[in-house]
Design a protein around this ligand. Structure first.
Ligand SMILES: C[S@@+](CC[C@H](N)C(=O)[O-])C[C@H]1O[C@@H](n2cnc3c(N)ncnc32)[C@H](O)[C@@H]1O
Length: 283
């Protein structure tokens, strides 16, 4: 008996031997990321959970500090800073963000959110060059939301993050698992993400860290992706696969959409895909 190829297998075999897609440049990446998040309820779930975690982690009236690795434009960090319960100590929030344009926006948003009760600092660079801006400064909280995919070496990044913790400090990580949706990412843009949350338990243990993991069951609305004329649909698809999908020929694009539909389900007139994220709190 012959078995039929699954849509994901068909996508892999269609792409095999191709030259690969062009990566998104910094501007296209930032725009596609905004559009992608706007199509998902994962952001609200993360903001809610992270608000509680940070509120608990930064008690009292002593000065406190947060290091955020890859905060992007601060669309998550700034509301988190603003939402912290009043009456706590002065807050220093350091953002390590290699994209200078979104990093500056993040710093300005953070400073507005903190007001006179805190200080926002931008390290315009990757996490591994952070010492250029803050030396060996330690922090109460090291936060990395959807950014560890891109670090060159996960074990080294976790060692460095651990070394940045003050006594009693916590590491707060959010990373997607290599589940249905991100298998499409791996198939189309295999170089776009180096790590997934599946690799965190072993890397955390190797760094001598122990933590709790909560999976947040977000959902991504992919309806617009089926309309090739939709600019937002193209951006959602580009961010999903971590590359510029305009380089796909019509047949391969159709195979990609078939694979996307196969991992999605109907919700009224919308097509939604599971969009989980693992939130890890470790020390
Ligand atoms: C998917 S975005 C997430 C942004 C933000 N945390 C959020 O959830 O809205 C990933 C961010 O990580 C940044 N990034 C990539 N490599 C990095 C590195 N080695 N160190 C620090 N940030 C990095 C990117 O520039 C980008 O802003």
């Amino acid at each position: 008996m012959t078995s039929l190829a699954t849509p994901l297998e068909l996508l892999r075999s269609t792409l095999a031997g191709g030259s690969g897609l062009r990566p998104l440049d910094a501007t296209a990446y930032a725009r596609a990321h905004r559009t992608y998040e706007a199509h998902s309820d994962q952001r609200a779930l993360l903001a809610d959970r992270l608000g509680t975690v940070l509120d608990d982690a930064l008690p009292g009236t002593e000065p406190r500090s947060v290091l955020s690795i890859g905060p992007g434009d601060g669309s998550l960090d700034a509301p988190l800073a603003a939402g912290l319960a009043p009456g706590r100590g002065r807050l220093r929030w350091v953002a390590a963000e290699p994209d200078g344009a979104v990093g500056a926006r993040c710093r300005d948003r953070l400073q507005r959110a903190l007001g006179h009760a805190g200080e926002a600092v931008l390290h315009e660079g990757t996490f591994d060059s952070l010492a250029d801006t803050v030396g060996d400064e330690p922090f109460d909280v090291v936060l990395a939301v959807h950014s560890l995919y891109y670090v060159p070496d996960l074990a080294e990044a976790l060692d460095a993050a651990r070394d940045r913790l003050l006594p009693g400090g916590i590491l707060v990580l959010a990373l997607a698992p290599l589940a249905e949706l991100n298998q499409l990412t791996e198939a189309v843009g295999p170089g776009s993400h180096r790590w997934w949350s599946d690799q965190l338990p072993a890397a955390l243990a190797a760094a001598g860290l122990a933590g709790t993991t909560t999976r947040l069951a977000g959902r991504l609305d992919v309806t617009d992706c089926l309309d090739r004329d939709s600019a937002t649909g193209r951006e959602v698809l580009d961010f999903l696969v971590g590359a510029d999908c305009s380089g796909l020929d019509a047949d391969t694009h159709a195979v990609l959409l078939d694979a996307l539909v196969a991992v999605s389900s109907r919700d009224g007139d919308r097509l939604v895909a599971p969009h989980p994220v693992d939130l890890v709190v470790a020390s």
